[in-house]
Each structure stands twice: as structure tokens, then as C-alpha cells.
Design a protein around this ligand. Structure first.
Ligand code: GDP
Ligand code: MN
Length: 382
């Protein structure tokens, strides 16, 4: 479960991390009210679960009411990478001289938590990690002992943070680790942690992602989940009863069985494509289930081609094929190409039955994935 910026900031603030004064708004009028209680200038920030809101136009600064109205009007209701902005956080703008990064996550290869500091804050930390990994100072944590105070200080020193704020930054990192640990978080991140012109540090952004399997231990945080503001696609998937995770790419993936779907994801990546989702339709192949799966994946505006990968056990290839024909036959126009690979029980028969005016049939998974990656790369007209 991902908290919104405004929720994560509340958790951080309660733990003693400085955050700007802020108020939430759903309408332009509410934004005006929020800004007058917070005081101009303000930052108007879209509250949606996407990174890089700044670059995408979801964050604007406003110096007075007229600018605020314009900013709030532009951001409220806007489509940010497929998410409709319902609310904005109106926040006292920070007069900053520097932007840092602090974060805690799980280093899966080391099987340990890792605490990180970088003086290259404010930008996409993944690209910093890819291009200049040495710009991120890392401390592996022994979870039995937690992040030692000397480790926080060393990370800050190694990152080259200005001495005037070093101890404050170390203290923020220590608090962030405690929050990460205490809340069973998967990621806790402040990017940017701003250094103000008068030498203070302020969390200008906040990320707190929680481990769903541990949520039962944190009913207070679980209560912050807002289904009405969840990704529409994930909500729809829940209604259909699918295991679905939305990803960033453009190749839609439908399969039966988690392992098979994961393998398909890996192959899409292997052939240079980017998976748009994980979708496990489970057992059975009723036309309705297939239609729902296609509807879900077609509803994702970033999907440009679909791989449909079924391994028949109890699920029979001929049934799947009939289901696909029926489901796709119901569309006036199929919005994006679908590549099908069937294997296992009655696969041969299924491939015969499939209507090739509706789908492209490939005999092997590799060929199906390659074809879908290629078509997605060419970019379907949508
Ligand atoms: P993200 O793009 O979704 O990560 O959103 P952030 O909250 O990190 O904001 C992105 C960028 O917007 C920051 O790195 C700043 O450069 C700018 N920004 C955000 N809040 C403020 C603010 O209060 N004051 C000023 N001057 N700039 C801000
Ligand atoms: Mn950020």
C-alpha cells in the first residue's frame, strides 16, 4: 500500500521530521482557502500515486491568489500518467538553497535494509543510481540493531552534505529508518529534503510504501487506504477478481498462473520491451473472464500490444480459444493487437479454432513475446 504524499508527510511530521505547513483541497475555492491559511507563496501539488509529478506538470508554484487559481484549476482534474487528479496539496513554498535525497529501502541482494543519502536530491534518484552511483552514500543495516547513529553520520558525510546541516540530515535519516522499521515499510523516502536559506532542513516530498502482508499490524495506517482514490484499473481488477499489478510499460500481459505471468514479464523485458502489467486470470477460461481481462488491459492507455499466454492443464486450449474468439468478436474494433500463445491441454486444437482475423497466433512463447514487443515499439495508433 502506498500512502499519498500528504499522508506520508503527516506520519513523518508526527515523528519529528520538519514538513511545510499544508492543507488539502479538492476544488479551486478550497485551494484558495488553504493558501490563505498557509500563506503565499505556495506550492500546489497533485496527490496521485506517480513519481515525477514535477516534470509532468503536476506541481506548480503560486505567489498570489490569481496564480493559485490558475495553478489549481490546471492541476485539478488533469490526467497525470493515467491518473486523474482529484486533490491537491497546497503547501507553503520552501525557499531552498539545496535539494538532498534520503531514503530507506530493502536491498534484496544483500537481504538487508539499506539507508541512503545523496546530495543529488530533487531529481529522479533511479537515474542518479544508474548514471552516478557514487553520488549515493549507502549504509547496510543489521535489522537486529537498527541503523546506528554513527552510520547515519557516516552516510551524510560520505554524501558530501554541507557540514552546517549534516547533523540535522543524520537525524532525519535516523527517524526515517525508525519509521521504515516500525511500520513494516518497503520504502521510506524524502526527495527532496530541502535545505532552506536559513540553514534548516524540510521534507518537501514524502514517500511511504507499506508491506501489504504486514498491514494487519498497523490498523491506523491501513485505515488511510482510500479505495475511491485508487488507480481505476486496480479497482476494476479487484472487482473482476484478478491478481493485477499495474506497471510502467506498454506491453500488456495476460496469463494463467502467477509463475507463468512472471515468466512472460521477464521475457518481455528480455526482448527489450516494458511490461504494462501483471495480470493472472487464474484457472478456467470462461469467455466472460477472458473478456474482462481484455477489457482491463485495453483500458490502460499506455498498452500498445498484448501477449496472451495460456498454459492448459485443467484449463483447455480449445475452450480458451473459443472464449477469446467470443470476447474479441464482441468488439466493433479491437483497439490494440493481441498475440496469443497456447500450450498444454488441447493447445493444437485451440490454435486451429482461434480466429486469426482477431488475433495473431504464435507457436512459441518467445515468438509471441517478440511479436508483441515489436508491435508495442512501433506504437499503435490510439
Ligand atoms: P515529484 O516530482 O513527484 O517527486 O514531486 P516533488 O515534491 O519532489 O517536487 C518536484 C520538484 O518541485 C522539487 O524538486 C522542487 O524543485 C519543486 N518543488 C516542490 N515543492 C516546492 C516548494 O515548496 N518550493 C519550491 N521552490 N519548489 C518546490
Ligand atoms: Mn520527489
Amino acid at each position: 500500500m502506498r500512502l499519498h504524499e500528504y499522508q506520508a508527510k503527516q506520519v513523518f511530521a508526527e515523528a519529528g521530521i520538519p514538513t511545510p505547513d499544508a492543507a488539502l483541497a479538492e476544488t479551486v475555492e478550497e485551494a484558495v482557502e488553504a493558501a490563505s491559511s498557509v500563506g503565499y507563496p505556495v506550492a500546489v501539488k497533485a496527490q496521485v500515486h506517480v513519481g515525477g509529478r514535477g516534470k509532468a506538470g503536476g506541481i506548480q508554484l503560486a505567489g498570489d491568489e490569481a496564480e493559485l487559481r490558475e495553478a489549481a484549476d490546471a492541476i485539478l482534474g488533469m490526467d497525470l500518467k493515467g491518473y486523474t487528479v482529484d486533490r491537491v496539496l497546497v503547501e507553503a513554498a520552501v525557499d531552498f538553497v539545496d535539494e538532498l535525497y534520503v531514503g530507506v529501502t530493502l536491498d534484496r541482494s544483500a537481504a538487508r535494509p539499506v539507508a541512503m543519502v545523496s546530495s543529488e536530491g530533487g531529481v529522479d534518484i533511479e537515474s542518479v543510481a544508474a548514471e552516478t552511483p557514487e553520488a549515493i552514500a549507502r549504509e547496510q543495516v543489521d535489522p537486529a540493531f537498527g541503523l546506528h547513529p554513527y552510520q547515519s553520520r557516516r552516510a551524510v558525510f560520505d554524501a558530501g552534505v554541507d557540514g552546517a546541516v549534516a547533523l540535522d540530515v543524520a537525524s532525519v535519516l535516523a527517524t526515517l529508518y525508525r519509521l521504515w522499521d516500525a511500520n513494516d515499510a518497503s520504502d521510506a523516502e524524502i526527495n527532496p529534503l530541502m535545505v532552506t536559506s536559513d540553514g534548516a532542513v524540510v521534507a518537501a516530498d514524502a514517500v511511504l510504501n507499506l508491506d501489504d502482508d504486514a498491514l494487519f499490524r498497523h490498523p491506523d495506517l491501513a485505515a488511510l487506504s482510500e479505495t475511491s482514490y485508487e488507480d481505476d484499473l486496480e479497482r476494476k481488477a479487484g472487482e473482476y477478481g484478478f491478481d493485477y499489478v499495474r506497471l510502467d510499460g506498454n506491453v500488456g500481459i495476460i496469463g494463467n498462473g502467477a509463475g507463468l505471468v512472471m515468466t512472460t514479464l521477464d521475457l518481455v523485458d528480455h526482448y527489450g520491451g516494458e511490461p504494462a502489467n501483471f495480470l493472472d486470470v487464474g484457472g478456467g477460461a470462461k469467455a466472460e473472464r477472458i473478456a474482462n481481462a481484455l477489457d482491463l488491459v485495453f483500458s490502460d492507455p499506455s498498452v500498445e500490444a498484448v501477449v496472451f499466454n495460456i498454459f492448459g492443464g485443467i484449463t483447455r486450449g480449445d475452450e480458451v480459444a473459443r472464449g477469446l474468439n467470443e470476447a474479441l468478436g464482441a468488439f466493433d474494433e479491437i483497439p490494440i493487437p493481441v498475440v496469443v500463445r497456447l500450450a498444454g491441454t488441447n493447445a493444437e486444437e485451440g490454435m486451429q479454432i482461434l480466429d486469426t482475423s482477431l488475433v495473431q497466433v504464435e507457436a512459441t512463447l518467445e515468438a509471441a513475446v517478440k511479436a508483441a514487443v515489436e508491435m508495442a515499439g512501433q506504437g499503435a495508433d490510439r
